[in-house]
Write a protein that binds this ligand. Structure first.
Ligand code: ZN
Length: 229
């Protein structure tokens, strides 16, 4: 029995490997075609791209494969500086996030920081559940804390609505965290950098602006607490 099981398993593994190889190979073929077509359409595109970048937008989003920011915004390579992680979490001690924010805000001088959550987010669903998911329990800890703070509102909602509600709260909270980071705080104060919160609807492809604008008095209060000299 064990031998038979092994044979079935190895032929399955071979088949899986072949399918994965094909997906990889076809993606390389697709890249070749894309590069040729792009060059044909715009001969300056790659020479210009190789010289440098001047994106206007820093996009912070979820790693989910269905939300490639440049594609959904209808923009081109070079238009959006990007950092993505599971459930678009803003951890103020995440060195990778902080490096991306520092470089894009202080050096590339982007004018807009966009934090985008989405509907049907696996990370949000995980934060709404109680299954043990090892390292992701740590990663999603701050979202679980938001779930705890907003338990009364969340209890009134069901399924997808509940998940979208927590996604929105997570984005609004993330925007507040971002505005306290020194590069963002200083660029908002000195040159009017804007921080936006969005939700992407997977079912329609549309972005919803959560209007995370800040009142003047709230901005003053934030500066009084977080500004350092
Ligand atoms: Zn997600």
């Amino acid at each position: 029995m064990a031998g038979q099981g092994g044979a079935i398993e190895s032929s399955d593994t071979l088949l899986t490997t072949r399918i994965l190889d094909n997906a990889f190979q076809s993606s390389l073929e697709s890249n070749k075609k894309w590069a040729e077509e792009t060059s044909k359409r715009d001969a300056d595109f790659f020479p210009k791209s190789a010289k440098g970048q001047a994106p206007q937008i820093l996009w912070l989003g979820c790693s989910d494969s269905r939300i490639p920011e440049t594609t959904i915004l209808g923009l081109k390579p070079g238009d959006v500086f990007t950092h993505r992680n599971i459930a678009n979490m803003i951890h103020p001690t995440d060195l990778s996030l902080l490096s991306v924010v520092e470089f894009s805000v202080r050096h590339l001088k982007v004018n807009h920081v966009v934090l985008c959550g989405h509907t049907s987010c696996g990370g949000v669903n995980a934060a709404l559940g109680n299954s043990k998911i090892d390292v992701l329990d740590l990663w999603l800890g701050p979202m679980k804390a938001l779930r705890e703070q907003h338990v009364a509102e969340l209890e009134k909602l069901e399924g997808a609505e509940k998940a979208t509600y927590l996604s929105k709260i997570n984005v609004k909270h993330g925007v507040e965290q971002l505005r306290r980071l020194p590069p963002v705080l200083e660029a908002m104060r000195d040159r009017g950098l804007q921080v936006h919160g969005l939700i992407y609807d997977l079912a329609t492809g549309r972005l919803e602006d959560l209007h995370c604008g800040e009142h003047e008095s709230a901005g003053k209060k934030r500066l009084a607490v977080f500004e350092t000299k």
